[in-house]
Write a protein that binds this ligand. Sequence first.
Ligand SMILES: CC(=O)N[C@H](C=O)[C@@H](O)[C@H](O)[C@H](O)CO
Ligand SMILES: CC(=O)C(=O)O
Length: 304
Amino acid sequence: MRNLDKYKGVIPAFYACYDEKGEISPERVRALTEYFVDKKVRGVYVNGSSGECIYQSVEDRKVVLENVMKVRGDLTVINHIACNNTKDGMELAAHAESLKVDAIAAIPPIYFKLPEYAIAQYWNDYSSAAPNTDFIIYNIPQLAGVALSRGLYAKMRENKNVIGVKNSSMPTYDIQGFVRDGGDDYIVFNGPDEQFVSGRVIGAGAGIGGTYGAMPELFLAMNESIESGDIKRARDIQYDVNDIIEKLTSGHGNMYAMIKEVLRINEGLDIGSVRKPLVELTDADKEIAKAAAKMIVDAKKKFI
Ligand SMILES: CC(=O)N[C@H](C=O)[C@@H](O)[C@H](O)[C@H](O)CO
Ligand SMILES: CC(=O)C(=O)O
């Protein structure tokens, strides 16, 4: 039996940290890592969707990971390495292994609709470049354009490095299927933050999410409530969290820009804005950010 305890819990997706010119800021990457260490989350998911990975160069993504690893403390580090081409992704996989991350993760190939045997080859090529590192499949069909089937998941489990799936599709039924098929030797991570409680209750062993960073205490509190069997408290927190997520996504500008503004307001943490083509906040959005920041403060007072 594999021991997967280091992955169990709340794993915020790491945000891209820019300087005033919009370049990756190593100092700000370290500051955001230290913030997560202080919040006592289980780990971080680096260079994923929330890390704006598809707008980062290979070099950018290496700099981000190197700086996370410098100050990671006890955080479990999962590094998303997928690129549009296998070659760059293999370079990132090997780089991640050289830094001793806990796991690498990858979405499927995007744009061309490739057959499942090609997707399996793409993931196994990445894994072969990090042969001593756990591998997590990232299923996010609404953005990647292709869904992980249970057949493809079975094929991928022939690779001993594969330890599970980060499932960002909306049906919690998908989580249940992957949990059923993999059993206790594998882990499924809940993707949609709006369904953290549902996903965990149906069998996800952990959660990885894009909004956790704005309110880690609330996700930790939901997780603790689930573990102690207090489903009512978990659900009550989830309702408030979902109001907050609706607020965070109600602006003209991008949600990650909104979250970064909230971090400036509530935590005094400045990690810049977003990279084009993601849209910056308008003045009206800044008012929404203030309201969202206050909702987070109020929910923490109410539940913690
Ligand atoms: C589609 C997408 O990006 N999903 C993320 C990962 O699963 C979530 O963490 C969302 O960012 C979050 O649920 C807010 O909608
Ligand atoms: C949101 C998320 O899970 C990611 O950054 O990939």
